[in-house]
Design a protein around this ligand. Structure first.
Ligand code: PEP
Length: 249
């Protein structure tokens, strides 16, 4: 019903030469994957990566997009620019953007709208910090982030959007949420989507990934959980063999 989707988030890693080497190794390793496979790469690598994945089952993604169509936003990249390079998915609201670059629930929503208006598929990241978890406000944070991200987004768009639940304390730390905990927390997000849209839409159309130190060792346990529809993979997406093992959990 909900096709699993595994996406790599390369972050600020890999030159063009490294991109070519990694993708050349990865393409045959994931050619028979049942999950949808996406690589989200730095802007400078999109053109080269796009050439390499053409005609394969790997889809191209970016790591951010600006909310304006064009204009005086030095250093930013628009949805049209990504579409022109064959980008299909775009990560929006990653916790590193929220933490280091002033991303807010409102800018996330603006970027989601801009992406959708040009046919890009957003991967919207939500997740609590360690402080918020210890403060017992996980549900409050996730309901707020989800509700704000989907403000004024039409029900028809739900199948073009992926949500990534990424507990901030699990990103790049080697600490993974237990499969049960990730599942139960994702259920909160799905329940929020059911309230915002409808029960059936949340059940059938909304794909929710887990992200946070997911790797070849823990992927199958996480992916076996009924609420988890995929993974957003940082560190383990930088090695072809590791990423392929996650993709084929
Ligand atoms: C991420 O950056 O989205 C992520 C989940 O990173 P890692 O897999 O390295 O924890």
């Amino acid at each position: 019903m909900r096709q699993p989707i595994i996406a790599g988030n390369w972050k600020m890693n890999n030159t063009i030469a490294a991109t070519k080497a990694l993708l050349t190794d990865l393409i045959p390793l994931v050619a028979d994957a049942k999950a949808e496979v996406v690589v989200c790469v730095p802007y400078t690598n999109i053109a080269a990566a796009g050439e390499l994945v053409k005609g394969t089952n790997i889809k191209l993604g970016a790591e951010n997009v600006h909310w304006a169509e064009k204009g005086a936003f030095t250093g930013e990249i628009s949805a049209d620019m990504l579409v022109e390079l064959g980008v299909e998915y775009v990560i929006i609201g990653h916790s590193e953007r929220r933490q280091y670059f002033g991303e807010t629930d409102q800018t996330v929503n603006a970027r989601v709208k801009a992406a959708l208006s040009k046919g890009l598929k957003p991967i919207i990241c939500v997740g609590e910090t360690l402080e918020e978890r210890e403060g017992g406000i996980v549900e409050e944070v996730l309901v707020r982030q989800t509700t704000e991200a989907f403000k004024d987004i039409d029900k028809d768009q739900l199948e073009n959007i992926v949500i990534a639940y990424e507990p901030v304390w699990a990103i790049g730390t080697g600490k993974t949420a237990t499969a049960q905990d990730a599942n139960d927390t994702i259920a909160i997000i799905r329940n929020t989507m059911a309230k915002l849209y409808c029960e059936k839409c949340a059940e059938e159309k909304v794909r929710i990934q887990y992200g946070g130190s997911m790797n070849p060792k823990n992927a199958s346990e996480l992916m076996a959980m009924p609420q988890i529809d995929g993974g957003l993979i940082g560190g383990a997406s930088l090695k072809a063999v590791d990423f392929s093992q996650v993709v084929k959990y």
